[in-house]
Design a protein around this ligand. Structure first.
Ligand SMILES: *[C@@H]1O[C@H](CO)[C@@H](O)[C@H](O)[C@H]1NC(C)=O
Ligand SMILES: *[C@@H]1O[C@H](CO)[C@@H](O)[C@H](O)[C@H]1NC(C)=O
Ligand SMILES: *[C@@H]1O[C@H](CO)[C@@H](O)[C@H](O)[C@H]1NC(C)=O
Ligand SMILES: *[C@@H]1O[C@H](CO)[C@@H](O)[C@H](O)[C@H]1NC(C)=O
Ligand SMILES: *[C@@H]1O[C@H](CO)[C@@H](O)[C@H](O)[C@H]1NC(C)=O
Ligand SMILES: *[C@@H]1O[C@H](CO)[C@@H](O)[C@H](O)[C@H]1NC(C)=O
Ligand SMILES: *[C@@H]1O[C@H](CO)[C@@H](O)[C@H](O)[C@H]1NC(C)=O
Length: 330
């Protein structure tokens, strides 16, 4: 038995070696580019939203067209995710949600656009280990939601509602087309930013893909379209970091979970994710984060799922960090 075990292990090592060699020759690019798709597939019916996604938005993601003569104000919107206020361990986390508001001066109508998880943060961060499916099962789609109105009280009372610029109708319409295309091709949420260490000149191995990244992309697009954006206050955003040495590429579902030779690796990944609880609430998610922290510190190892593929991260201190740091407007 132990003989078979070591043969498997050797196979795994050889495999990792070959893959690493292949990847190195191909000049691995860091951070690994986020992979886009041609069109967004429907989410699997196993994934059931506790809260409906984008309940007041247009079902087909339509965005009204503006007259070019219109002047459309742009608002920076940010609010804390309140659930994190509860529980002594969770109180210190500075988890914010970001969005962008628009207000047409010709029609007086307001709009909000935000990008968030279809099945909440926990489901985008930890998969389900299902008895009937060997590979961990992810409900990790995220998408843009465009809806009428700006919930003034919601954003201004405990967060930020600040006008940062103006658009012409044409600039707004061009942005709308871009949002729809971005939404169709960038389909999954990524919680983690992975870097080599906390210093400013660290190597970034993987970028997150979350609500604040959508806001940054949109601001960049608006600037590219000719808009001028500026804020009177510091523009800080939440980042959830993992710290690791150089990641090793492992493979995708079929190459890992469909290969008898990689049974040990497949088992390790299942065991790694089995620790985390099924996630119903933000509190459950935060508990899973703490469990992840303990596990990662003990084992110095993390299996990251990115671009529908697995990577091994050789973790190092400070392992996991949640920051609220400045990202200036473009
Ligand atoms: C996460 O996904 C599971 C599986 O579909 C689902 O039962 C649960 O409601 C989801 N959680 C949230 C908060 O949407
Ligand atoms: C983005 O995609 C989601 C999921 O298909 C859809 O519900 C939403 O309306 C789309 N939003 C926009 C702005 O296209
Ligand atoms: C639109 O939003 C702006 C900024 O929040 C607010 O001052 C204005 O009253 C809103 N107008 C409507 C019709 O809701
Ligand atoms: C603002 O924070 C207070 C105190 O934490 C809370 O009671 C209130 O509901 C919050 N307001 C909004 C609009 O979220
Ligand atoms: C930045 O990089 C240099 C060498 O490349 C290194 O010596 C230094 O410790 C790094 N960190 C900071 C904060 O400068
Ligand atoms: C998974 O990886 C294998 C080997 O690299 C590749 O041939 C296959 O197309 C990939 N499958 C998917 C669904 O991307
Ligand atoms: C905003 O970010 C800056 C730099 O990243 C930091 O020094 C500052 O403390 C942050 N502000 C808050 C309120 O956390």
């Amino acid at each position: 038995m132990s003989h078979t075990g070591s043969v498997l292990c050797l196979n795994l090592l050889l495999f990792l070696h070959v893959v690493a060699h292949f990847r190195n020759n191909a000049q691995q690019q860091w951070p690994v580019p986020y992979r886009r798709v041609d069109s967004r597939p429907a989410a699997d019916s196993f994934c059931e939203a506790l809260f409906p996604f984008c309940p007041t938005g247009d079902g087909d993601g339509r965005i009204p067209s503006m007259r070019d003569s219109d002047v459309i104000s742009v608002y920076r919107l940010q609010t804390p995710v309140w659930e994190f206020k509860y529980g002594d361990l969770l109180g210190k986390l500075h988890i914010m949600h970001d969005a962008i508001g628009f207000s047409s001066s010709e029609t007086g109508s307001n709009f909000t656009v935000e990008w968030y998880e279809l099945f909440q943060l926990g489901n985008c961060t930890f998969p389900h280990i299902r008895p009937e499916e060997y590979a961990p099962f992810w409900c990790n789609q995220g998408a843009a939601c465009f809806f009428g109105g700006i919930e003034d009280l919601h954003w201004s009372q405990n967060g930020t509602l600040e006008k940062i610029g103006e658009l012409t109708g044409n600039q707004f319409n061009d942005m709308a087309k871009w949002v729809q295309d971005d939404n169709e091709t960038g389909i999954y949420y990524e919680t983690w930013t992975v870097r080599s260490d906390p210093s400013p000149n660290a190597t970034v191995w993987f970028e997150s893909y979350d609500c604040s990244q959508f806001v940054h992309r949109t601001y960049r697009k608006l600037t590219e379209l000719g808009a001028k954006l500026s804020s009177k206050s510091q523009t800080n955003y939440t980042k959830i970091y993992l710290f690791s040495g150089e990641p090793t590429y492992l493979g995708n579902d079929s190459s890992i979970f469909g290969q008898p030779a990689l049974k040990n690796l497949a088992g390790d990944i299942r065991t790694f994710y089995h620790t985390f609880r099924p996630h119903q609430t933000f509190v459950d998610f935060a508990v899973s984060l703490l469990e992840a922290y303990e596990k990662v510190v003990l084992e110095k190892s993390f299996y990251l799922y990115y671009n529908f593929e697995y990577w091994h991260l050789p973790m190092k201190p400070p392992y996991i960090q949640i920051t609220y740091e400045e990202v200036p407007l473009p």
